[in-house]
Design a protein around this ligand. Structure first.
Ligand code: G3P
Length: 216
């Protein structure tokens, strides 16, 4: 399973890259706003740090304006930049046009398997179901991912599934069990993945035993 990091904080991206955990990056307008920086400046820095797909989201809401924004964003790095678009009718229109022109797209704010199916039919490169936000309203976020996996496999869609709105290691585990292609993970959750109390206890004991041995 590929790991993307879900952040616009370049320090987090650099730290996760050092751990060997970054196959790509996803950003969204809220994450860019949180960084407090100019969107294009942030993207340029991420491009210099990461050798993989980088999702940059449009903020226009009509297809023609989305396409214009996409063209400007993709110029920053046509290979790495993936245009992130909301799963709306206008977003689907823009996705179809952009995919025909060879742009990579990531359809975001997906909350149902049928929305994901529409994205795949429009030619999306990626779909991003938001599992945490579904859980927040009493649904089973991962059930949506499971259904998308089944539909894509049934019909051989090449659109990759990015499990997004990841809140815990449990989401990452379930994404792997379902066979999602990618998990986009906040840096804090990436760090949690490495932690296990038995690892810490075990290491402490190994080192204590070693000290006793060398002291003999
Ligand atoms: O990048 C989109 C998604 O991962 C947002 O997550 O935690 O704001 O629901 P969250």
């Amino acid at each position: 399973m590929k790991f993307f990091i879900d952040t616009a904080d370049v320090k987090e991206i650099a730290a996760a890259t050092e751990l060997g955990l970054v196959d790509g990056v996803t950003t969204n307008p809220s994450l860019v706003a949180k960084s407090g920086r100019d969107f294009h400046d942030v993207l340029k820095e991420i491009i210099s740090l990461v050798d993989g797909p980088i999702s940059a989201e449009v903020v226009a809401t009509d297809a023609a304006a989305m396409i214009k924004e996409a063209e400007v964003l993709a110029k920053l790095d046509p290979e790495k930049i993936v245009i992130k678009l909301p799963l709306t009718e206008e977003g689907l229109k823009a996705t179809k046009a952009l995919s025909q022109k060879g742009f990579k797209t990531n359809l975001t704010l997906i909350f149902s398997p049928l929305q994901a199916l529409l994205a795949a039919k429009a030619g999306a490169t990626y779909v991003s179901p938001f599992v945490g936000r579904l859980d927040d309203v009493g649904h089973e976020g991962m059930e949506c991912v499971e259904q998308i996996r089944t539909i894509f496999d049934n019909y051989g869609y090449g659109t990759e599934i990015i499990v997004a709105s990841v809140r815990s290691p449990q989401h990452v585990l379930q994404a792997g069990m379902i066979g999602a292609d990618i998990c986009t993970i906040p840096y804090s959750v990436m760090l949690q993945l490495a932690k296990h109390p038995l690892t810490d206890i075990g290491l402490e004991k190994f080192l204590a035993d070693w000290q006793k041995h060398v002291a003999k």
